[in-house]
Each structure stands twice: as structure tokens, then as C-alpha cells.
Unconditional design. Sequence first.
Length: 135
Amino acid sequence: MKEYWEQAERLRRRINRKIHEIHLLRQRAEGMNGSGINDMPRTVSPDRSKMEGTVFKIMALEQDIQETQAEYDALIDVMRQRIQRVADGDDRDLLIKRYLEFKAWKTIAAEFGYSEQNIYRLHAKALEKLRVDES
């Protein structure tokens, strides 16, 4: 499960980083088009080649996000299928909250009405059932 968690987190961070890059590029592009809040006349026309380069970068980043999102979705689907094979409903709920909803232990414990220590114990048992159900 640790490998799954790390891979999912890595993909989520990559997607968020690319979204942030697109946001920054769009802000930069808005500054390039010559329209702004300032109503002072501009003496230089906007540089179309820089604008085109920025648009192409945005398009490439959007494509990368789509590919990474597809990889992330496939990873989540595999985990969802594995979790659905666990017979006990409470164990499934705990595994869903942790590995599909990515909730913190403290949040999961509060939702179940248990201490974090108890949730760790229940999680260990649920993982054992997940491993047994895989075979």
C-alpha cells in the first residue's frame, strides 16, 4: 500500500504543479497582450512570437495534465476494484477513506468515532483482509 500511496501522491503533485504552471503562464500572457488596467498608451505592440510560445507551452502542459490524470485515474480504479473485493463493509469504508479519498488519519478516526490508535489497529486488520482477498 505504501507504493500505491507514494505513486498516487506523486501523480497528484505533478498534476497540481502543472496546473500552477498554466496559471502562471496565463497571467504572463495577459500581461503580454497589451491590455491591462493601466490606460496609458503603449508605444510597443505586443510580441506575437512570445504570445504564441506561451500558448504552445500551455497546450503542452494541458496535454501532460490529461495524460497524468489518465494514469492517476487508472491507478485509483485498480485500487477501487481491490477494495471492493474486501467483504467487511467497515473495512471497505476505512480503506476507501484512506486510499481513495486520501483522508488524514485524524479525520478518519473522527468519522468512525474512534481514537487514532484504534484506527491504526483497524487499518492493519483491513490491510490483512485486502491482502487475503487478493489471493
